[in-house]
Design a protein around this ligand. Structure first.
Ligand SMILES: Cc1cc2nc3c(=O)[nH]c(=O)nc-3n(C[C@H](O)[C@H](O)[C@H](O)COP(=O)(O)O)c2cc1C
Length: 338
């Protein structure tokens, strides 16, 4: 990494990062050992795995049971909903401990992650995390709008109120991670920024359930991303760059240096990775950084800041390439092999 001439340092959420590569929330950022390995491999910042609303509420229920009415407690009724949660990330206290040790041991900014959809007492953990030294909070609003009675306006309002609530809890920077499924994603991005998001993390990958034809179960089935998943993010970051007053973080489908360069050129302030780091290990950070640095060096860029957004929609000669025209061109460019 030392022989890269391009200045890779960058600013994200007002934090100074040595480079724009961020390890996004995943099991790899959930243990001190792998966090340290990511730091040593050169990552610019880390996002801890999420503390989930369900987890906090679940613990509060158990706490209520101890405090109030032991006889009426039914473990099956309470425990049944959260087995995976307990395996993935064990409890708010452990989470705060991880925050403390990550801050103590790492040389890079540590971003805490909260994951939920409703305004409730659970959002107080934002200020608890600030108290334990978090450099910023990432709020992941992973909401599936499955209620046919709920309008798009009501759903969007729910997002905005939640952002305002968490914003009011903390004075450190706030990033908001959302999915792409809004009628007008760029307008929604603007309103999230107006509600208090300093940065937007685009986009959540929604894990789609499968059904098991033997057991007739609806089966969760987590598949890691592939590089083609980055196209959706690439387009929307290109469209939002310069038009939404928020830092932009790209997440989904970035697996290598070339992918990271593309995201920066369309306007990402930072590029996040989870699947590729899970697949290839923390050292993959060094490979991606070397490839990214070489790409910028070979083209004599002074800094990533200089390159950022040079291929955003407002910068390219043909802005329609990011819109419907791209669709028309794409389908007419298909030639069957046979
Ligand atoms: C096993 C696994 C666990 C994850 N856990 C979280 C999480 O706790 N919170 C969160 O916001 N995102 C979580 N993510 C999503 C990633 O942070 C990332 O946004 C997503 O995987 C897309 O990026 P990628 O293509 O680099 O994997 C998780 C992803 C994976 C694969």
């Amino acid at each position: 990494m030392n022989d890269v001439r391009t200045d890779l340092s960058t600013d994200y959420l007002g934090l100074s990062l040595r480079n724009p590569l961020v390890a996004s929330a995943s099991p790899l950022t959930g243990s001190l050992d792998s966090l340290q390995a990511l730091d040593e491999a050169g990552v610019g910042a880390v996002v801890l795995p999420s503390l989930f609303e369900e987890q906090v509420v679940h613990e509060a229920m158990i706490f209520g049971y101890h405090e109030a009415d032991e006889a009426s407690f039914n473990p099956e009724a309470h425990g049944g909903y959260f087995p995976a949660m307990d395996d993935y990330n064990t409890g708010a206290d452990r989470y705060l401990d991880l925050m403390v040790s990550a801050k103590r041991e790492l040389t890079v900014p540590v971003i805490a992650s909260l994951n939920g959809t409703s305004e409730g007492g659970w959002t107080h953990y934002a200020s608890a995390l600030e108290g334990e030294g978090a450099d910023a909070v990432e709020l992941n609003i992973y909401h599936l709008a499955a209620d046919p009675d709920q309008t798009a306006v009501e759903v969007e309002d729910r997002y905005l109120r939640l952002v305002e609530k968490v914003r009011s809890e903390i004075s450190i920077p706030l990033a908001v991670k959302v999915g792409p499924f809004f009628s007008s994603p760029a307008n929604m991005a603007r309103r999230l920024a107006e509600a208090g998001a300093d940065g937007l993390v685009l986009f959540n990958r929604f894990y789609q359930p499968d059904i098991d034809l033997e057991t007739f179960d609806v089966a969760p089935d987590l598949e890691l991303s592939t590089p083609v998943d980055m196209r959706l993010v690439l387009r929307w970051i290109a469209i939002m760059r310069g038009r939404v007053d928020a830092y932009l973080a790209a997440t989904s489908g970035v697996h290598d240096g070339v992918g990271a360069v593309k995201m920066i050129l369309v306007g990402a302030d930072v590029v996040m990775m989870a699947s590729a780091l899970l697949r290839y290990g923390p050292d993959h950070v060094a490979t991606v950084l070397a490839d990214l640095g070489r790409w910028f060096d070979d083209r004599s860029y002074e800094s990533v800041v200089q390159a950022r957004g040079s291929m955003s929609q407002v910068s390219v000669p043909d802005p329609s390439a990011f819109e419907r025209a791209n669709y028309v061109k794409t389908i007419s460019s298909y030639h069957p092999d046979v």
